[in-house]
Design a protein around this ligand. Structure first.
Ligand SMILES: NC(=O)c1ccc[n+]([C@@H]2O[C@H](COP(=O)([O-])OP(=O)(O)OC[C@H]3O[C@@H](n4cnc5c(N)ncnc54)[C@H](O)[C@@H]3O)[C@@H](O)[C@H]2O)c1
Ligand SMILES: OC[C@@H](O)C(O)[C@H](O)CO
Length: 464
């Protein structure tokens, strides 16, 4: 394939990138705008890595999209020009980042991949981050997003390859700002003030809000793609048909005309991301925790349980709306669309997928609403039920009584023991600074979570 002069290097070649950013670029290509392509890579070994399959297929794959009515559509995605197979030194990734044709580095490395504490700052106590700093000290990339960006920026500065936009596409509040601040803190800890100054002058970190429910692609996706297209595609991916991308228009070395593919390029992403993170993502986690307690496997099963539906509806209506107003978003319509998307049974998104990295999601998606309500003296009952559900789920999972396959990068045995083996699990949970930040041990929060915990336990199946 001809590689054009405008490249996006994407880090984190998961399902979401293939269903969202690559699909948007494909839309532009099909409209005749063929001047941008993606080079994609993972920055750590990944059990779900599809790089080899993609390389085998010339980097093309099929995206299946499913409408709320259950209509399936299939599209060949050829927006990825090159996939770089994982190697521990990430030499090809760093070389691609230092190539002057690369004008944007985008990334989807999960919420937990940013090593942030409850207040959204870089958490230097995390062993993963410490390993990243040690690697940076040896002039190696390591496997954290900050270490890899550091290696790329060092190589780019040396190559005089020009400015670079760093575009975070993960569900992180103020994602561009958080990554900019996280990288600055990382460079300070790595004692590289020269690169910090260079980065200030030669990079931008636009905020972005991304939305498209993309389940993990199981073997059934491959089977459907084969039946529908005749292609046996080992890298096929499936998502809902809905897609939204709101991007702060702050790029320093060019960008594709994503607006022609339906993206919204705006001056301020904040109201859109706040609505999405607090309404969609927090509710999604609520359904996952409640659904896991109730013994469900899929998100739509949880959403169709009247008890869980009421929890979600009340949380959004009575806890979130007054924190978000005034907003350019029609919040009632947004809530109703989100609930409808979750209730659809065609996408078959699993509770296990949404459970992943709950510990990073609580401070990101839910605690800000609690903090604002505490500051304004507003009732907490409709929102306290969310952390209470997580606590009830966590203890059940720790006791080996939940069927869920829960994976959480931030969960260590010590935290699990401190919370779940305590005589007062609510007090122990509400004392955790990694979840609550400055709200840890708050009497108001603890008493609201305690009251909600009884409601959460009532969902447990079989009844406790
Ligand atoms: N799947 C969705 O519905 C969806 C929708 C909107 C946004 N997102 C965002 O995209 C992220 C990834 O979702 P996905 O569906 O692609 O998941 P996935 O499991 O398919 O891929 C995860 C990717 O992140 C990488 N990764 C994981 N942990 C990492 C770490 N600590 N450091 C560096 N890289 C790491 C993996 O190697 C892989 O490339 C989500 O966490 C979310 O922030 C996903
Ligand atoms: O809440 C879990 C997310 O991965 C979610 O599927 C996504 O943010 C939807 O866009």
């Amino acid at each position: 394939m001809h590689i054009p002069d405008n490249l996006i290097l994407h880090l984190g070649l998961g399902a979401f990138h293939r269903a969202h950013q690559a699909a948007c670029l494909q839309e532009l290509i099909e409209r005749g705008q063929k001047d941008w392509r993606i080079v994609a890579a993972n920055i750590r070994p990944d059990p779900l890595d599809v790089s080899a399959a993609l390389i085998e297929q010339g980097c093309a794959y099929t995206l299946e999209t499913i409408s709320p009515a259950g209509a399936h559509a299939y599209r060949r995605i050829e927006a990825i020009a090159q996939v770089l197979p994982y190697t521990s030194d990430l030499a090809a990734v760093i070389a691609a980042g230092a190539d002057s044709r690369t004008r944007i580095v985008s990334f989807t490395v999960t919420e937990a991949g940013y090593c942030l504490s409850a207040d959204g700052r870089l958490d230097p106590t995390l062993p993963e981050l410490q390993a990243g700093l040690d690697a940076a000290g040896r002039n190696e990339a390591g496997s954290t997003i900050y270490g890899v960006l550091t290696a790329i920026l060092r190589a780019r500065r040396a190559a005089k390859a020009g400015p670079l936009t760093l575009l975070c596409c993960d569900n992180l509040r103020h994602n561009g700002e958080r990554v900019r601040a996280g990288l600055a803190a990382f460079l300070a800890l790595a004692d590289d003030p020269g690169l910090l100054a260079w980065t200030g002058e030669h990079t931008r970190f636009p905020n972005s809000m991304v939305d498209r429910i993309t389940p993990r692609a199981g073997p059934e996706v491959r089977t459907r793609v084969l039946a529908a297209t005749g292609r046996d595609d080992a890298a096929a991916v499936s998502s809902e048909s809905f897609l939204q991308w709101v991007i702060e228009d702050d790029f320093c070395n060019g960008r594709p005309r994503w607006e022609d593919a339906g993206a919204e390029l705006v001056a301020d992403v904040a109201p859109y991301e706040e609505a999405k993170i607090r309404i969609l993502n927090a509710s999604h986690s609520c359904i996952a925790w409640a659904g896991a307690l109730a013994g469900y496997r899929y998100i739509h099963e949880g959403m169709r349980d009247a008890r869980i539906r009421t929890l979600v509806h009340d949380y959004v209506t009575h806890a979130v709306f007054d924190c978000l107003r005034p907003s350019p978003v029609d919040l009632e319509a947004y809530r109703d669309t989100v609930i409808e998307r979750f209730a659809g049974d065609a996408v078959r998104d699993t509770i296990d997928r949404v459970l992943a990295d709950s510990l990073a999601k609580l401070p990101g998606f839910i605690v800000p609403t609690i903090r604002e309500r505490v500051a304004c003296g507003l009732p907490l009952d409709a929102v306290a039920v969310l952390p209470a559900l997580f606590l009830a789920f966590l203890c059940r999972w720790q006791a080996g009584l939940a069927r869920a396959d829960y994976r959480d990068a931030a969960l260590d045995a010590e935290l699990l023991r401190r919370v779940c083996c305590s005589r007062d699990v609510v007090a122990a949970f509400c004392a955790e600074p990694t979840i609550w930040g400055d709200l840890a041990n708050s009497e108001r929060v603890t008493s609201a979570v305690r009251a909600a915990h009884a409601r959460a336990l009532a969902l447990t199946y079989p009844p406790v």
